[in-house]
Design a protein around this ligand. Structure first.
Ligand SMILES: NC(=O)c1ccc[n+]([C@@H]2O[C@H](COP(=O)([O-])OP(=O)(O)OC[C@H]3O[C@@H](n4cnc5c(N)ncnc54)[C@H](OP(=O)(O)O)[C@@H]3O)[C@@H](O)[C@H]2O)c1
Length: 236
């Protein structure tokens, strides 16, 4: 493949789970993948194992709550590649699941918002301007139907609120870049057998990654500003 034609994708929280599988599938599709994680040793190991499968991957450190990491990564991307084509905001935490909204420690909610909402917001602020310059971009915010206002429950208050806010971010950024060939969408992977989903979840990592990869590889006439599961619109 002509290297200048190869799309460049960055995935957050990709040392395990759905993010790791998204890296595998994007690399298989021929993309240059930047696999990131907050733990360097785990991330390096993950990137190495996918390189052994034949993928073009590089590792970079990224704790999505660290402004310094985001700025270092932005500079590294600008110098090394001069662009970013695909951003998958996948990293997230699910904390205080069983606690009521009325007494879950407020720091649990704050930490959740830092990772699940401010992280993606800051990554968009770092990389969407690069996409605007090249006139191409695909941003996938990995959300959850637990953040759907149409079907709210009382558990996991911080997580639910963070994903509702992430969905709002999808709409806001999509609206900001309407004039460009940049598609910004939310994806719900369904209930997936990862550390977060647990061993009894109904879906494999491959199934969970499918809609994310579809949105990351949308054609120029593809949708923007939507919330998808199994490649179909789900209610906000
Ligand atoms: N699994 C499900 O059933 C399900 C359902 C709906 C939506 N989702 C969404 O799918 C996405 C992936 O979830 P998953 O099931 O793969 O979860 P997971 O197995 O728990 O993996 C989460 C990943 O996020 C990383 N992470 C956490 N905090 C981070 C931070 N501050 N900076 C960078 N990385 C961080 C973790 O890194 P460490 O290894 O260092 O902790 C890990 O790599 C999430 O957005 C989640 O909300 C999952």
């Amino acid at each position: 493949m002509d290297e200048s034609q190869r799309k460049i994708a960055l995935v957050t929280g990709a040392n395990r789970g759905i993010g790791y599988e998204v890296c595998r599938q994007l690399a298989r599709s021929g993309m240059q993948v930047i696999l990131t994680s907050r733990d360097a040793a785990k991330g390096e190991r993950a990137a190495e194992s996918l390189r052994r499968e034949g993928g073009q991957l590089e590792y970079h450190l990224l704790d999505v709550t660290e402004a310094k990491h985001i700025e270092q990564l932005r500079q590294w991307m600008a110098e090394r590649y001069g662009r970013l084509d695909v951003l998958v905001n996948n990293a997230a935490v699910l904390l205080g699941e069983d606690q009521s909204v009325l007494n879950v420690p407020i720091d649990v909610v704050r930490t959740t918002m830092e990772v699940n909402f401010y992280g993606p917001l800051n990554l968009c602020r770092a990389f969407v301007p690069m996409m605007k310059k090249t006139g191409y971009g695909r941003v996938v915010n990995v959300s959850s139907e637990m953040g759907s206002l149409a079907g709210m429950g009382s558990d996991s208050a911080g997580y639910r609120a963070s994903k509702a806010a992430l969905n709002a971010l999808t709409r806001i950024v999509a609206s900001e870049v309407r004039a460009y060939n940049i598609k910004v969408n939310s994806a719900c992977p369904g209930w997936v057998r990862s550390q977060m989903g647990g061993p009894h979840a109904s879906r494999s990592l491959e199934q969970g990654a499918a809609t994310i990869v579809w949105l990351a590889t949308l054609p120029n006439d593809g949708p923007s500003g939507g919330f998808y599961r199994d490649q179909k619109i789900v209610p906000w």
